[in-house]
Design a protein around this ligand. Structure first.
Ligand code: ZN
Length: 166
């Protein structure tokens, strides 16, 4: 029997067709006015998600990676704790939370490059190659029931969009 994508991976189907073009979701990080375009799970294997801007998803991923040695549950708990305590730094001016205008294109670009594991001076060809390689690696068709891969896959797609949309 031919397995359709819809039956194996319902929550990601139509990610590029069902997107509301008008309503922009804000980043879930307290005090951030960036676009919440990158999903992150609220708990392991949860379907509920945070939506972070490129900057905060990079931060979330860093924390998540940092706690890799711990159990999955513990790592998520710690990563989210880090996100909460980061609020203090946000208001102390460690980074600018002034909204979309000050949430510079350059920073979105460099955050997207981090997700694709590229350097700041990556060429369009390198970006495309990295996107293809990583999208293949984390594709839902080859990572059934792997919610971490699913999240990563969605982040990769969004990062590529950030880097290619003028
Ligand atoms: Zn943010």
């Amino acid at each position: 029997m031919k397995r359709s994508k819809a039956s194996t991976f319902p929550r990601w189907t139509g990610y590029d067709t069902e997107r509301d073009p008008i309503k922009v979701r804000m980043c879930d990080h307290d005090g951030c006015a960036g676009k919440g375009e990158f999903p992150a799970p609220k708990s392991p294997d949860s379907k509920e998600k945070w939506q972070f801007c490129a900057f905060h998803i990079a931060e979330f991923n860093r924390n998540w990676n940092y706690f890799e040695g711990l159990s999955k549950e513990e790592a998520f708990r710690r990563a989210q704790e880090e996100m909460r305590t980061a609020k203090g730094y946000a208001t102390s001016g460690a980074y600018d939370m002034g909204g979309e205008e000050s949430y510079g294109k350059d920073r979105r670009r460099s955050d997207a490059l981090i997700i694709l594991d590229l350097d700041d001076d990556a060429t369009p060809a390198e970006i495309k190659a990295a996107y293809r390689r990583m999208a293949k690696l984390y594709h839902p068709d080859t990572n059934l029931d792997d919610s971490e891969a699913a999240i990563k896959f969605q982040q990769i797609i969004t990062a590529y969009e950030v880097l290619t949309v003028k």
